[in-house]
Design a binder for this molecule. Structure first.
Ligand code: LLP
Length: 400
């Protein structure tokens, strides 16, 4: 929800741009820390969700660790002095591994024996011992979109349980590797928490296997994946961290002195971001009217790539036409009047039919020059933007 003043500021800013509500980001992190601290859990922010400098600086200040998936993310997290850097990824290049070794990261999350052997070799050349965790594929279904599910045997990620014996045995022989933990990540935008319960039960079984092989694990890392409410961003602007962390407390068995780690991206940053765009044209189609925006799949690719839903609002009508109240809310009588609503397909300007933000979107009558907000775009929005069609790099502005 935007205040009248914020929308007025938007009217003087060239579009399209990402708008980040840093107050909401801070409140979200505080809510997360309040719940994770109750159990002494460690949260690492997954930089891949949003690596914008302002956002990272707020997160780093809050004391969260970092979860990185490329050499450049490792460099960035280390330059910004993030505490405890984890480095994951199914295809780490030699160059990236060397960066991580030079920066003395906390742990490499490893996905194959071959990768561990390469890390060993590179660590040996630098006379270092690399701390590693085995990323294990738990074969747990996250019940999310097929492109963002990762914990099934058919996915490319992790070491399968049936390979574990051989991988662990071989790793124990490597002189420049130290086994410190195990790692899982079953997918993203998970809204049915029972998937995490299944993960806990599976992790307990796998931990028992390590104990029976007399291997002590310093840590367990259960990845990220907590979902957010794309339909009601104002009502549920902060995810239910209490339910999430208490579930792990209830079902995951930790050994004495063992730490539990999370790699959370979306749930921290999604709701604080909106993509703000201007209506270029309104065009009549055969069965619908098209609202053509100056933002496209180049600025936000999620709808085109995953058919994802984002709430779309005409914020000019909120502030001009229909009298937004000072607290940023629409008078109830106006916001719920179905007769004043029209059906539109909201699309971008790119020459691709998939460049569509929403079909049959109900909006008040919309015209050229109106500002539109595409909500819940703080995660995997700006960071996945491209310059296809030689478009400008998307800009960002912030609430102070
Ligand atoms: N850890 C690992 C190993 C991951 O692969 C991911 C996300 C995370 C943590 C953070 O997950 P989160 O808490 O954000 O769910 N571009 C897609 C999402 C891809 C997620 C990839 N992995 C989207 O826009 O929905």
């Amino acid at each position: 929800m935007f205040s009248k003043q914020t929308i007025q500021k938007f009217q003087h800013t060239p579009t399209p741009f990402y708008y980040y509500d840093l107050e909401l980001l801070k409140n979200t992190i505080n809510a997360l820390k309040k719940e994770s601290d109750k159990y002494g859990y460690h949260v690492h922010y997954a930089l891949k969700a949003n690596a914008n400098n302002e956002i990272l600086s707020v997160i780093q200040n809050s004391g969260l660790g970092a979860d990185c998936v490329s050499g450049n993310e490792v460099k960035k997290a280390s330059d910004l002095e993030f505490d405890k850097i984890f480095f994951a990824g199914v295809g780490k290049s030699d160059e990236e591994i060397n960066v991580a070794l030079d920066r003395n990261i906390t742990c490499f999350n490893c996905e194959s024996l071959q990768e561990i052997e390469v890390i060993n070799e590179l660590a040996q050349k630098k006379n270092k011992i690399a701390p590693i965790a085995f990323r294990i594929n738990p074969n747990v279904n996250a019940n999310t979109h097929k492109y963002i599910t990762t914990g099934l045997e058919e996915n490319k990620f992790g070491i399968n349980v049936w390979e574990l014996e051989e991988v662990v045995k071989r790793t124990q022989q490597l002189k420049n590797i130290k086994i410190t933990g195990i790692h899982f990540h079953i997918g993203s935008q998970i809204t049915d928490l029972s998937a995490f319960k299944s993960l806990c039960l599976r992790a307990n079984e796998i931990q028992s296997w390590f104990i029976s092989h007399k291997i002590t694990l310093e840590h367990i890392n259960v990845g990220g994946g907590l979902g957010v409410d794309y339909h009601e961003p104002d009502k549920n602007s902060i995810p239910d961290f209490a339910a999430y962390f208490s579930l792990f407390k209830e079902f995951l068995e930790l050994r004495p002195n063992q730490t539990l780690h999370f790699e959370i991206g979306r749930a921290i940053v999604a709701q604080c971001g909106s993509l703000i765009s201007k209506v270029l044209y309104v065009k009549k189609g055969v069965t619908t009217s098209f609202v053509i925006l100056d933002a496209g799949m180049t600025e936000l690719i999620r709808p085109a790539l995953y058919q994802s839903y984002h709430k779309i609002e005409n914020i000019s009508v909120m502030v001009n036409g229909q009298g937004l109240m000072d607290n940023g809310k629409m008078p109830l009588a106006i916001s719920h009047q179905p007769s004043s609503m029209h059906r539109y397909d909201v699309v971008g300007p790119i020459c691709e039919s998939s460049d569509c933000f929403g079909k049959a979107v109900m909006l008040p009558e919309t015209k050229r020059g109106d500002l539109v907000a595409i909500r819940t775009t703080g995660a995997y929005g700006e960071v996945m933007a491209s310059q296809y069609n030689l478009r400008e790099k998307v800009k960002a502005i912030y609430s102070k």
